[in-house]
Write a protein that binds this ligand. Sequence first.
Ligand code: HEC
Length: 127
Amino acid sequence: MKNINKSMKILTMFLLAAPLIMVSFGLASAKETATDNYKLYCVQCHGTKGTGKGINAPFLSVAPRNHTSAKDMGELSDDNVFKAIKSGGGAVGKSTQMPSWGAVMTDDEIHDMVKRLRVMCKCEGKK
Ligand code: HEC
């Protein structure tokens, strides 16, 4: 009987802890997704360091935004950055050489990307 009680206790503890573990994995993977998506979709133009000097940048007529520049990124609101990523440069009055990513990233992933860009520029969006 004692042993059964003990295993019940362990099982209960596990069941209580499981959602917490799942939530923390979820948060970790959201961050990883933004990093992965950046590497997958953005580096060829914006560069592996995000400075706008990607391998494809010399072939564009407009320079990709330097995501590490607090000055340049600080002039843009989070809504503007979200819209530029989701619907492309043309949607925010900028160059259409900045493609739209709404078909490959969910809104949640794009929100995470905006947060990641704010970490890269060490700046806040214009209010
Ligand atoms: C094919 C090249 C290319 C790729 C790939 C690309 N961009 Fe851009 N991006 C640009 C160019 C060019 C601009 C500058 C547009 C301008 O200033 O008119 C730009 C501008 C931006 C801006 C600033 C928009 C504004 O309103 O000033 C953001 C934010 C941005 N890109 C994010 C991203 C993110 C995030 C990704 C990956 C999901 C990405 N870009 C992929 C070319 C690219």
